[in-house]
Design a binder for this molecule. Structure first.
Ligand code: URA
Length: 258
């Protein structure tokens, strides 16, 4: 295959052809494979750069701008991109700064460089998984209902939980601002007049879980988001932040077609 960016000879002067970093080096630095194995992957046609399959080994890319997929999964080669999980504590406002000086998620991110976005919001009294990134396009898409990214919540409610509730919620109920359906409902535990229920849904209207459960007679006492797409809260304590791993990042980009 003819290269759009042929490998320059050692003696060549700086030019457009000599700019960038060799694709196999970029892939190995991103942890995809050793340089040797990355070369094989390139030759096998498993690597796409900016939407085009690259099979020649001389290709150089700019890691700051190249969009690289391996076997269809996005690989992060831009070290300036940040993807984090914050386990938002209860009582903390979901905003980067508060003009009244109230505790907010920005307090947990002060040390981090650059502009960060929180993906969607959690109520002040809701805890749990909040994605933080500086990739604005990713954040926008993850929040957009058309991508149907699933969010999982654990809710501690005042019971009793009526029989057939799961089916009713999967069929959908009518709230003030329109209908809502859940993707999944599970009764996790019952303890006297309290119950722990798990709800999965793919929309993000304000207070949606609390309003939905109140509507069916189950006022929420405590609400925790435990998962978005394939990213889960693991052992992070409230207020802890962790970087997403490579699989988690790829899964988010895949979920929104990036
Ligand atoms: N639903 C709610 O009611 N609150 C949240 O914070 C998130 C979803």
């Amino acid at each position: 295959m003819t290269s759009e960016h042929p490998t320059p000879s050692r003696a060549s002067q700086p030019s457009a052809d000599s700019e960038g970093v060799r694709l196999q080096k970029v892939l190995s630095q991103a942890g995809v494979a050793s340089r040797r194995a990355a070369e094989e992957m390139i030759v096998e046609g498993r690597i796409e750069v900016d939407g085009e399959v690259v099979t020649e080994l001389g290709r150089r890319v700019d890691p700051a701008t190249a969009v690289i997929h391996v076997d269809g999964d996005r690989v992060m080669v831009n070290e300036n991109l940040t993807h984090l999980v914050l386990n938002k504590p209860r009582g903390i406002l979901c905003t980067m700064s508060d003009d009244q000086g109230r505790p907010c998620i920005g307090d947990y991110l002060r040390e981090r460089q650059g502009k960060l976005f929180h993906v969607g919001r959690l109520d002040q009294d809701t805890e749990g998984l909040l994605l933080i990134t500086n990739d604005g396009e990713l954040a926008n898409r993850l929040m957009h209902p058309s991508y149907r990214v699933r969010k999982t919540y654990l809710a501690d409610v005042l019971g009793p939980v009526p029989k057939g509730l799961g089916q009713r919620l999967r069929n959908g109920v009518e709230l003030d601002d329109g209908p809502v359906k859940v993707d999944r409902f599970k009764l996790v535990d019952v303890n006297q007049n309290r119950a722990l229920v798990e709800i999965v849904l793919h929309e993000g209207r304000k207070h949606i879980v609390r309003r939905l459960l109140k509507h069916v007679g189950l006022p929420v006492q405590r609400l925790v988001r435990t998962q978005i797409g394939e990213v889960r809260l693991t052992t992070e304590r409230p207020g802890a932040i962790r970087p997403l791993n490579r699989q988690e990042i790829s899964s988010l980009y895949r979920a929104v077609g990036l």
